[in-house]
Write a protein of this length. Sequence first.
Length: 294
Amino acid sequence: MTEPLFRGVLPALVTPFRDGEVDEDAFVRLVERQIAGGVHGLVPVGTTGETATLSHDEHRAVVELCVKTAAGRVPVIAGAGSNATDEAIELVRHAKTVGADAALVVTPYYNRPSQEGLYAHYRAINDAVQLPVIIYNVPGRTSVDISNDTLARLAKLPNMVGVKDATGDLARASFQRLMCGEDWVMLSGDDPSALGYMAHGGHGCISVTANVAPELCAAFYNDALAGQWQGALYGQDRLIRLHRALFTDASPSPTKFALAHLGLCAEDARLPIVACSEAARAEVLAAMRDAGLI
């Protein structure tokens, strides 16, 4: 078996705001904390990074800042998705230009392309930019589900290297591993089911929870990658309530509340995301206590 191109835990980084602007100083502190915590990579400007409400200039600036701060210590997979193929190509091209190691490209949302349309979308990106691409499948947000058959076709293209799978369908992972080949990178996009995903042959997770608990998440994935399943199960039990708590209100507001409670950034989000409810705050604090974070 060859080593996967990307592995372990890669936090889907929040984008901190202050007074309506991106808080670059706080972002740098968050990146440094992640690297010190032992994470295996970084993913800026994904869904958790509120990319939908960033301007194009802000999006590009955050990617550049992440690459500059990481300085080659861990790989950076830059969010670069759009439901317009030309725009996705532009974002992937920018990620390559500033030195990102790969791009995370979500399936086109809202316009709901066919499987052939999805193939054509990613094929166009593959042909336009020489940069590894992780395909992001999150049908709960995009209303389109890219099939294993389509992924198997895309796996034959040189720049399509893997998937972030946020479906929670573990059987799909086993079929995909067999269909796409041993070089295909398989990353979960669902923290609660990532233990099962790893047991089905996954290589890691693009994680929301790692924003709050980088050391615990890194230890969990190190155990899973090493086949130390008892250690991984212990980590799962310690983190499972936090995994759930961070989605008790619209993401990433609970995650930003947790980070604010730890004194790492403000909890400001951009409309239409608002501060999380009191019930969500109570659940987040209880989960952080369970995990030993406070």
